[in-house]
Design a protein around this ligand. Structure first.
Ligand code: SD4
Length: 315
């Protein structure tokens, strides 16, 4: 029998997110409510990579991407959303109250305001401000692999929400993807991010793209991703992971096969970028795999209090 409920999130920062989700799951609540609550908890924190405290785009504006999906193929998403605290909840509103899946930019913001969300100041967090000014000096857009941080080097501060920066000030990125199976066997997922730091204005990554940053199939399983979004979009990453599971792969095998696809189409580049997938299935099995070393993930299942694991990697 499946060990449920179960919630899995990307990175070590996912442990605190799981704990929020677990309150709902352990009380017999709905997986969708659990993943939304988890995502909201980290959106409200000041950290480099999720929510309004995150690193801005090149022009100095924080633009947020998020999506959510339930066990019945209902999904909602927002991208390039500015000055709204909880993009995940706007995504859920898109899912539940509009005939659409994805709203972007000004239109997404207008929709949020019409639905009672508040317009925040748009001021950068002190860390984000500092990092942006630092970045402007060289204005070099070079995505950094999230590796060393996970090996304990260069991370400033402590605790699950410590800002993930290298000692030289280079920001790292930690998108929050959360997937859950509730006590009734319903699957859901949420993904939320401020995206790649210092991205081109208007750039949208994989995180709000259904089938790239997140996919849930109520008959099979769920998957979410973190890392270099462009590479995930190129292979329809999480949809691919879920389809591998449909065809019999375990979550771990499915994540591995998707990573192998990424490496195969990027024989020269793959060593220099990071992508990690996590997946769960209806049987309550969990898997993860990344291109390069250093992708951690957090698993909370069956009252074990939760644990952080390091994914196996291709390299
Ligand atoms: C993006 N996938 O915007 C996101 C970034 C990320 O950990 O995952 N950071 O491409």
């Amino acid at each position: 029998a499946a060990v449920k409920p179960l919630v899995v999130s990307t990175w070590d920062s996912g442990l605190a997110v799981n704990a929020v989700a677990w309150k709902i799951l352990s009380a017999g609540g709905y997986a969708l409510d659990a993943v939304e609550a988890g995502a909201k908890s980290i959106e409200a924190e000041i950290n480099c990579c999720v929510g309004l405290g995150g690193n801005p785009d090149r022009d100095g504006h924080v633009t947020l991407d998020a999506c959510i999906m339930d066990e019945k193929y209902n999904c909602g998403s927002v991208a390039f959303l500015e000055r709204i605290l909880h993009p995940i909840s706007v995504a859920r509103k898109v899912m539940e109250t509009t005939p659409h899946v994805l709203l972007v930019g000004e239109g997404a913001q207008k929709f949020a305001l019409q639905n009672g969300f508040k317009l925040e100041s748009g001021k950068l967090s002190p860390d984000a401000e500092k990092n942006w000014k630092e970045w402007l000096k060289k204005s070099e857009y070079k995505p950094v692999m999230n590796i060393e941080q996970q090996q304990g080097k260069g991370r400033k501060g402590g605790g699950p929400f410590a800002p993930a920066f290298f000692d030289d000030g280079t920001p790292n990125h930690d998108t929050m993807g959360t997937i859950a199976l509730d006590a009734s066997g319903r699957l859901s997922g949420a993904c939320t991010t401020s995206g790649m730091g210092f991205k081109m204005r208007g750039r949208v990554g994989d995180s709000p793209i259904i089938g790239a940053g997140l996919y849930v199939d109520g008959e099979v399983g769920a998957a979410t991703s973190s890392g270099q979004g462009e590479e995930v979009i190129r292979i329809g990453g999480t949809h691919l992971v879920v389809e591998f599971m449909r065809n019999g792969a375990t979550p771990m095998e499915a994540c591995k096969k998707a990573v192998e696809r990424l490496v195969k189409i990027n024989p020269k580049k793959a060593k220099d970028f990071q992508v990690g997938f996590i997946a769960i299935n209806l049987q309550g099995e969990v898997g993860a795999y990344s291109v390069n070393k250093g992708f951690s993930y957090s698993v909370t299942q069956g009252n074990d209090g939760g644990k952080v694991l390091m994914a196996e990697s291709y390299y």
